[in-house]
Design a binder for this molecule. Structure first.
Ligand code: DON
Length: 612
């Protein structure tokens, strides 16, 4: 998709306009057909790792891929044969020489790297297939996966190069001589020339570069073309060898893996962010597109894309830290429970983790985790905003949890469920520390805080919870006379629910309200039409469904019994009918309800303040 209005499109358009007048350089003519290219043709395209494409200029103009094919066919060879086999055929050392130098490593007889012609021809010889046609189909299939569409070759460029590519012939025969080629060199050259003649446009090349930026998954089709480890290998040789004898200066000026081709294309890959493609046929002395190099230099500078620009941030890995005294669970609790928890809430710390977890960021938050845990506090590590964890981060987190689990603190990891990017971390924790009583995995942070609070309250006097709370001890009935309480108990219905029973359904009419006499219930809402999200719970002595007293509208949430529950149920209609014989009941309940609701509002404000 191309965005019609965007600061990035505007930027590319003005960059394009500012470079269009630069007519330095010469169109390549050593392959005669390339000499026919229009020197004024100029396109710039950026594709992001999530498939957004920004363009300026001639982005639909077709040209041949030439040497920009080399990283992709190297990826193919790694993917199909594995690194060990490929390394026997081609090294990874920059030559500092031009792309067509006829030189092999004296010791190993290998071409120096897969970005020079010799290396690329050796790599092309690894394309699989019984016959030349099959090998051609196989190669085209693979390039098509990167571009996200079926590609063709430009027959006239192919014929032109086939007729004149004698230097490449010399290279291929030299490699036959050293044992680096084990197929008929003419056969391999034909496929190599076809590979260089694949017809693409700027948009194709940007998507291909973005596929490398997205660790091998095509951002437009979603198809995985290359494993991340091999993407890393490809990007490494692009960084050191992709721009030939300009590689050092390019690394200095632009600082991202790149590859150029004699047709005038340049691609650059910004790992994790985007792919850039520029097409402009006039080349500089070393064979790189003049406008292509200038455009990449400018984009890299203006968007701070140089890999050493220091955007890797370990400092913000801890989003915030708070205690259960600052932010208690969403459970509706009685006054005395809240007083109790206000004293003890500081024994639980919550650390919210954000962003990517790799060595630096994991080391930083684990250092802080260890510090808090050593003070004997319970720590919840909330991964809700963590983006992903690499294998080093997973290892460090597991090892730290293992060490801490032998002390007297409890570590609770939350918000790891249902997140594909954190599945590896979740599985590793389950496997390696899941059996430790001091390490827990809990689906959400609020539930984990609530469990902690329950443990604190259980330390005090659990027998209190084991009985059915009489109406006289319930906050919402505070201030009612003995007689009124007696009358109220006459209209109360007592219900028992098994754990998991649904007591209230979202959308039902609200005509009655409940008070928990024993046990607790969870309140959850439906989000995005299907997912349920637990938003809190209600404990002994607290009311739920109480909005029926105020507006009598529809239920706004589901309420489900957490454990075997006993509730009092009151019909609002019935309470109204009692107004003549007992005029104080309804106003007292409503007065208490206002107090309870304003109290909840105050708590919510405190929480917002604590979370700032
Ligand atoms: O092998 C050749 O000479 C061409 N088919 C490809 C050369 C190329 O694109 C070099 N890159 N800058």
């Amino acid at each position: 998709m191309t965005l019609a209005v965007s600061p990035i499109s505007d930027y590319l358009k003005s960059l394009h306009a500012s470079l269009q007048s630069n007519d330095d350089g010469e169109v390549a003519t050593y392959i005669p057909e390339l000499g026919l290219a229009d020197p004024g043709s100029f396109g710039i395209c950026i594709a992001t790792v999530d498939g957004q494409v920004y363009t300026a200029g001639d982005v639909d103009r077709r040209f041949t891929i030439q040497s920009m094919s080399k990283p992709f066919i190297y990826g193919y060879a790694l993917h199909t044969h594995g690194m060990e086999t490929v390394l026997k055929r081609v090294g990874v050392e920059p030559t500092g020489e031009s792309f067509n130098s006829i030189v092999l490593d004296q010791v190993s007889n290998r071409p120096y790297n897969p970005m020079v012609n010799a290396g690329a021809i050796a790599v092309t010889s690894l394309v699989e297939g019984e016959t030349a046609d099959r090998r051609y189909d196989e190669m085209m299939r693979y390039f098509g996966l990167f571009a996200g569409r079926d590609l063709d070759i430009d027959e006239s460029v192919f014929r032109s190069e086939h007729a004149t590519g004698h230097r490449n012939r010399a290279i291929a025969y030299m490699m036959l001589n050293t044992g680096m080629l084990d197929r008929d060199p003419e056969d391999v050259l034909e496929l190599y020339f076809k590979q260089c003649s694949i017809s693409v446009d700027c948009r194709d090349m940007a998507v291909m570069a973005a596929t490398l930026a997205a660790q091998g998954t095509n951002p437009v089709t979603g198809e995985t073309v290359l494993e991340p480890d091999h993407v890393r290998d490809v990007l490494t040789v692009m960084s050191t060898c992709g721009m030939y004898d300009y590689a050092g200066q390019w690394a200095f000026d632009v600082g991202v893996p790149a590859k150029s081709g004699v047709s005038g294309g340049v691609i650059a890959v910004i790992p994790g962010q985007l792919g850039i493609a520029v097409y402009s046929p006039p080349l500089d002395r070393v064979g790189n597109s003049v406008r292509g190099v200038e455009a990449c230099k400018k984009i890299s500078h203006d968007f701070s894309l140089h890999v050493f620009d220091g955007r890797t941030d370990v400092h913000s890995v801890i989003r915030r830290e708070y205690t259960a005294a600052d932010v208690p669970s969403k459970r509706v609790r009685s006054m005395w429970e809240r007083d109790m928890l206000a004293d003890h809430g500081k024994r639980l710390s919550v650390m919210e983790i954000q962003g990517a977890l790799f060595f630096g960021s994991a080391e930083k938050f684990l250092r802080r985790l260890t510090e808090i845990a050593r003070e004997g506090r319970t720590v919840i590590v909330d991964f809700k905003r963590a983006a992903y964890a690499d294998r080093t981060a997973i290892e460090l987190i597991c090892q730290t949890a293992l060490v801490l689990s032998s002390g007297d603190c409890t570590i609770v990891f939350t918000e790891l469920s249902g997140k594909e990017e954190l599945q590896g971390l979740k599985s590793a924790l389950e496997e390696r520390v899941g059996s430790s009583p001091r390490v827990r995995l809990v689906s959400d942070t609020d539930l984990a805080i609530e469990l902690f609070e329950d443990e604190i309250l259980a330390e005090t006097d659990f027998s209190l919870y084991d009985r059915i709370l009489p109406l006289a001890e319930i906050d919402i009935f505070d201030g009612l006379s003995k007689d009124d309480l007696q009358r109220l108990s006459g209209v109360a219905t007592t219900f028992q629910y098994a754990a998991g029973d649904k007591i209230i359904s979202e959308g039902d009419d609200a005509r009655v309200f409940f008070v928990v006499a024993r046990g607790s219930v969870s309140v959850s809402v439906t989000v995005d039409g299907s997912r349920t999200r637990r938003i809190g719970s209600v404990g002994q002595g607290a009311p739920f469904g109480e909005m029926a007293l105020l507006d009598g509208g529809k239920r706004s949430a589901d309420v489900i019994a957490d454990v075997p529950v006993i509730c009092y149920l009151f019909s609002v209609e019935r309470l109204r009918e009692m107004s003549d014989e007992a005029p104080a009941i309804l106003p007292t309940i409503l007065g208490n309800l206002v107090r309870i609701l304003s109290d909840r509002l105050r708590l919510a404000n405190d929480e917002i303040r604590a979370l700032q």
